[in-house]
Design a protein around this ligand. Structure first.
Ligand code: PMP
Ligand code: GLU
Length: 398
């Protein structure tokens, strides 16, 4: 065995906790274990039939070749149209880059903008991959935390306190993975006012859950004119259109940043898949598929009510995405006679092994006191999972 085979880069990088948990659940299921899987943030719906149909036609039309690295013009035009229609934002073609999923957009941006030691202010809890992507790009994540008592939302004074002369980027998602919290336009304005004072800082605004919003509607921090040129919007087809496997995302930024991301992408992966882009253009022109959102909302209401019934679970009422992120720290230090729970990792692991419910611990999201449940699953599963969690938790009550 060659101990030097692997790079330090990969040795120091954790595996994606969300994907790891989903794989563990799949493995157990394939061995016949009756798992209720609430680990993965993936709509359980199939891609709407009309979108699939458009892709099939695109294949017959000959969309089987390499695509321009920044994306097919038809999709970039659809993105521009969407940003105007839904967000009242104006962009040109040279500001839009189509990517192999939103994940690649974030990687492109970090690789294009960060030098070693540059700091990225990370609103915490954060999506697991942000931290690793920043580190691969040799940046330094600067954690700014908000707990459940502030609905997991960062206050302007917290943002300001985290900024140093080394701050290059601010990165957050709204609606948020893992918390489901949604920043209102007013809350974003307070944050924007802070950032206005620091003209060298750019903001990555991950809006991939934009359409999965059960509240007063989506607000983007790019809406503030004085900031727009410094905001990089990341979005994609995975969540709102149930197109996770298609691997199509996009970003909108000032032309210099967009061009630099195209350069990176041209060396790493080339343009995104051809027929998927044609179908994505069709989907974006169609706009939101409300039936899916309505279903998520029904599940959300039931799941909040059920989780709140579990003793010791602190549950907020998020209005976006499809996650609940209860604070379960009440159970830390408690034993059921066989095992002691000392962390959310313990809770999640034992819950999987003993009660056969797959979740993701809060630790890789920067919130060790919490546990993430994805309710992008059937109502039946939601009810069954809660029953099992309740029973499991009861064992630690004596
Ligand atoms: N951002 C957030 C906040 C996410 O939850 C995800 C989950 N997949 C992504 C980006 C990446 O999405 P994609 O499938 O488009 O790569
Ligand atoms: N973003 C989803 C999640 O958080 C999908 C898995 C991943 O890419 O992390 O579960």
């Amino acid at each position: 065995m060659n101990k030097n085979l692997l790079s330090n880069r990969v040795k120091n990088m954790p595996e994606s906790a969300t994907l790891k948990m989903a794989q563990m659940a799949r493995d157990l299921k394939s061995r016949g274990v009756d798992i209720v899987d609430m680990s993965l943030g993936e709509p359980d719906f199939d891609t709407p039939a009309d979108i699939k149909e458009r892709a099939k036609i695109a294949l017959d039309e000959g969309y089987t070749k390499y695509t321009p690295v920044p994306g097919l013009p038809v999709l970039r035009e659809a993105v521009i149209h969407k940003l105007k229609r839904d967000n009242n934002l104006d962009y040109n073609m040279d500001q839009i880059v189509v990517t192999n999923g939103a994940k690649q957009a974030i990687a492109n941006i970090c690789l294009a903008l960060l030098n070693p030691g540059d700091e990225v202010v990370l609103f915490t809890p954060y999506w697991v991959s942000y931290d690793s992507i920043i580190k691969i790009a040799e940046g330094v994540p600067v954690i700014v935390s908000a707990g459940i008592e502030q609905d997991f939302k960062i206050l302007p004074e917290q943002l300001e306190a985290a900024i140093t002369p080394k701050t290059k980027l601010v990165l957050f998602s709204s609606p948020s993975n893992p918390t489901g919290s949604v920043y209102s336009s007013k809350e974003l304005e307070e944050l924007a006012k802070v950032l206005k004072k620091y003209p060298d800082i750019h903001i990555i605004s991950d809006e991939i859950y934009e359409y999965i919003n059960f509240g007063k509607g989506h607000a983007s921090i790019a809406a503030f004119d004085y900031l727009k040129d410094r905001v990089i919007i990341v979005n994609g087809m995975s969540k709102g259109f149930a197109m996770t496997g298609w691997r199509i995302g996009y970003m909108a930024a000032n032309a210099e940043i967009a061009k630099s991301c195209v350069k990176i992408q041209g060396q790493f992966t080339s343009g995104a898949n051809s027929f998927g882009q044609v179908a994505a253009a069709y989907a974006l022109n169609h706009g939101i598929y409300n039936e899916m959102v309505d279903k998520f909302n029904e599940r959300r209401k039931v799941f909040i009510k059920l989780l709140k019934e579990i003793p010791g679970f602190k549950v907020n009422e998020p209005t976006g995405a499809f996650y609940l992120f209860p604070d379960i720290s009440y159970y830390f230090g408690k034993s059921n006679g066989k095992i002691t729970i000392n962390s959310s990792i313990d809770f999640s692991e034992h819950l999987l092994n003993d009660a056969h419910v797959a979740t993701v611990a809060g630790t890789p999201f920067g919130a060790p006191e919490c546990l993430r449940f994805s309710y992008a699953t059937s109502m039946e599963n939601i009810i069954e999972a809660t029953k099992r969690v309740k029973e499991f938790a009861k064992g630690f009550e004596q």
